[in-house]
Ligand binder design. Structure first.
Ligand SMILES: Cc1cc2nc3c(=O)[nH]c(=O)nc-3n(C[C@H](O)[C@H](O)[C@H](O)COP(=O)(O)OP(=O)(O)OC[C@H]3O[C@@H](n4cnc5c(N)ncnc54)[C@H](O)[C@@H]3O)c2cc1C
Length: 458
């Protein structure tokens, strides 16, 4: 936006294209679409103050997006198109097609990398290859950040006049209604920046020690703002560096919190890099092709129990109910729930990936796919297939008092002590009196089954 406003000589327009068909095909969650609409309303006001009208366009199919944009360009007499790149296969194809349309109408097109810190294709190994392991990627990223610096862009420049009147942002989009409470996610850059500043003042120092405990509010909860483009990863890293004695690394005693958080933001960059380098992951295929031959379980009833938070494993069920009710899930729980689905229930990771995408307010193909393939041991840097989380042990470790479980599973609220993690240890009559399902599978058989399946594909 800044670059367009700087280049404009006779005013500019900002455009957002609603394409419900495209959003449905990509499993965008209603709660996420709701956040987009609320964000657009805030953005429209902020831009209008700069004489930049926000124009909402509608395209029935993704293939028509170029045409509707070109019609706007004609109407507003625009001679250039500026946009930020996205890295999924379909989005890249869309942007290439729009670019061709604009260029063939003798308009100039310029694209930028604002969804990430650096162009994800520009960070490469010494041999020019894409990274498939996080740690060397992170090293290369940090070296680049140290040498080039991370530059924050100023706000867009005020334009001499409004070339068109802004159009109203729709209240809702057919097919994307949600009942999820929006209060925890106020929309707009002002709120996102305030959340980032508060986190850097009060939360980041304790992040390394506290981030794995879902009952505590110790992570930033900035992912919806990052993925909707409300906040840039550059703003995040620069703010974290400010809380880390102007450094990006962990070379001083106060650094573990900020440095760990910066690492997490770099994980997000890494997964965008993977999308560009290994486009098959955006097409429903495994990063490790051999694992596409795994014969996953066809127990759809197990999958449905997992979706509904009725597996009989409290930490998994509490996690799924948090997701279903709020549209968000804590990272530790995403790992536990994903590993439980793909290892204990041995269900294809693609089903879980899709379910998360259809529910998450921060749903993002790169990070979601990366997290799922990590958990299923089919991806980059993946968890070795023989190292399987025991969800009960994870629960004891990361929800030691069972506070998170009790908050989300009313049927276990009266269960005291360690049994909240594993109700099977209760006396049989007491266990039977709970309105809570028995575990779906026998844990003792899980490891053997997974090892046999992975060994079978060689
Ligand atoms: C199975 C699974 C699915 C996931 N799906 C998504 C998704 O759809 N969208 C999404 O943004 N994240 C996803 N994640 C990553 C992570 O769980 C969320 O980014 C994090 O929980 C967001 O909360 P936060 O903003 O409080 O994170 P913080 O802990 O405060 O981290 C700061 C930022 O770093 C980034 N980040 C943190 N952890 C990761 C990670 N493991 N991978 C990539 N980026 C990370 C996020 O942008 C996050 O906002 C997934 C992880 C798993 C295991």
């Amino acid at each position: 936006m800044f670059e367009a406003s700087r280049a404009a000589t006779r005013g500019m327009v900002a455009a957002f294209v609603v394409c419900a068909e495209d959003w449905r095909r990509h499993d965008d969650a209603p709660v996420k679409v709701d956040l987009w609409l609320r964000t657009l309303r805030e953005l429209s006001c902020a831009l209008a103050a700069l004489n930049i009208p926000l124009i909402i366009l509608e395209s029935r199919t993704p293939g028509r997006i170029g045409t509707v944009l070109l019609e706007l360009a004609d109407r507003a007499e625009c001679d250039a198109l500026f946009f930020n790149e996205e890295y999924e296969v379909d989005e890249r194809a869309r942007d290439e097609s729009v670019t061709r349309k604009f260029e063939s109408s003798s308009r100039c097109v310029r694209s930028f990398h604002d969804h990430v810190v650096f162009d994800p294709a520009s960070i490469r190994t010494g041999e020019g290859r894409f990274y498939s392991v996080f740690t060397p990627f992170k090293r290369a990223f940090l070296a680049r950040a140290e040498t080039e610096g991370i530059r924050l862009l100023p706000p867009p420049k005020r334009q001499p006049e409004m070339v068109l009147a802004p159009t109203p942002v729709p209240e809702r989009i057919e097919g994307f209604q949600t009942r999820i409470d929006p209060t925890p996610w106020p929309a707009g850059e002002r709120h996102a920046i305030r959340r980032l500043e508060q986190f850097c003042e009060r939360g980041i120092a304790g992040y390394k020690d506290g981030r794995d405990f879902p009952a505590l509010d110790t992570t930033s909860r900035l992912s919806p703002y990052l993925n909707s483009g409300t906040l840039s990863p550059r703003q995040c890293i620069v703010a974290a560096r400010g809380a880390n004695q102007a450094r990006l690394d962990d070379s001083h005693p106060g650094a573990p919190g900020p440095a760990t958080w910066i690492s997490e933001v770099i994980w997000r960059e890494f997964y965008q890099h993977v999308l560009v380098g290994f486009p098959r992951v955006s097409m429903g295929r495994a990063f490790r092709p051999a694992t596409d031959r795994i014969g996953w379980s066809d127990r759809l009833d197990h999958f449905e129990s997992w979706c509904g938070g009725r597996t009989g494993v409290p930490v998994v069920d509490a996690a799924m109910r948090q997701l279903n009710t709020t549209g968000w899930m804590h990272n530790r729980l995403r790992m536990i729930a994903a590993m439980y689905l793909t290892k204990d229930l041995f269900i294809d990771w693609r089903l879980g990936e899709r379910y998360f995408m259809q529910r998450l307010i921060d749903g993002d193909l790169g990070s979601n796919n990366g997290g799922w393939q990590w958990s299923a041991s089919t991806g980059t840097d993946a968890a070795p297939y023989f190292r399987i989380f025991n969800p009960i042990t994870q629960s004891r470790r990361f929800d030691p008092n069972g506070d998170f479980i009790r908050a989300w599973l009313p049927e276990l609220r009266g269960v005291e002590g360690d049994a909240v993690h594993d109700p099977s240890v209760l006396p049989p009559l007491r266990r039977a009196a709970l309105d809570y399902p028995q575990p779906l599978v026998d844990r003792d058989a899980v490891k053997e089954r997974v090892i046999a399946a992975f060994k079978a594909i060689g």
